[in-house]
Design a binder for this molecule. Structure first.
Ligand code: SAM
Length: 243
């Protein structure tokens, strides 16, 4: 089923929805969809419905037929990602969106080689997340935020409310074992991944001092773009949202 983003203030069956211009063009010109075609509509904020196209041309409209089952994981995971080279960041955004990350926050660590995340790349990152959500059928599109400072990351960890896991190759506790000990019903978590240059001892100490649990993903050093994907797959696998 082809999926399109649309505003869905009223998601009840029978509601007529006009697709935004870019999605209309995609449906009518690129995909050449015709009236009667069954499609999925996603609002990017958690609502997804099935619909039937009722007209094609300049602006495409669709009539909602009913809700679609949710593809959202129950566990909401925010990824604080040490800013890597921007092409790698886009790969991380794409894959972590597919896996189910809730929010992605590029973060400046002392050892980041790249130190700026220009506004146009933030926009592009959000576009990558949007395309990825659409492709995998997620009604939630994870926001990709502007560059956060390391201090903001520490403050968020210290703010409580979510278990925070610091992925650190020098940690002794395996992530899977640590995650298995999570409180029953835990529905929010943070994962923190260092950039290509890694996390300094001082940064690791500050994060742990704020309450982050340092965890290992095994004896091999993973690339900064591999570590968050491995961690998300593990978390969603263990919590029953993958596999
Ligand atoms: N510090 C290393 C160095 O400079 O050789 C490499 C950093 S690694 C490329 C980037 C990030 O991936 C690390 O900061 C960490 O967050 C995560 N990472 C990589 N391998 C890991 C492992 N085996 N266990 C936990 N985290 C890992």
């Amino acid at each position: 089923m082809r999926r399109f983003f649309a505003e869905l203030p009223d998601a009840s069956a029978g509601t007529l929805v006009t697709l935004p211009v870019d999605e209309s063009l995609h449906a009518s010109r690129t995909l050449r969809l015709r009236p009667g075609e069954r499609v999925g509509l996603l609002d990017g904020r958690g609502v997804s419905v099935a619909a039937t196209l009722v007209g094609t041309g300049g602006r495409v409209a669709a009539e909602i037929t009913g809700p679609l089952p949710s593809a959202e994981p129950r566990l909401r995971v925010t990824l604080w990602q040490g800013l890597p080279k921007l092409d790698k960041l886009e790969r991380i955004i794409q894959k972590s969106t597919e896996l189910g990350a809730r929010r992605i926050i590029p973060t400046l660590f002392g050892r980041c080689d790249v130190r700026v995340f220009p506004a146009e790349r933030v926009t592009r990152g959000n576009r990558v997340a949007r395309e990825s959500s659409k492709q995998c059928g997620r009604a939630w599109c994870p926001p990709v935020e502007p560059l956060a400072s390391f201090d903001e990351c520490v403050a968020r960890v210290g703010g409580g409310g979510a278990a925070a896991y610091l992925l650190w190759e020098r940690a002794s506790e395996p992530f899977a074992e640590c995650f298995a000990k999570r409180p029953p019903g835990m529905d929010r978590a943070i994962i923190i991944v260092g950039p290509e240059g890694g996390i300094s001892d001082e940064e690791a100490e500050r994060l742990q001092g704020a309450g982050a649990l340092a965890v290992s993903l095994g004896p091999r050093i993973l690339r900064t773009e591999t570590a968050p994907i491995a961690a998300l797959a593990l978390m969603f696998g263990l919590s029953g949202d993958l596999g």
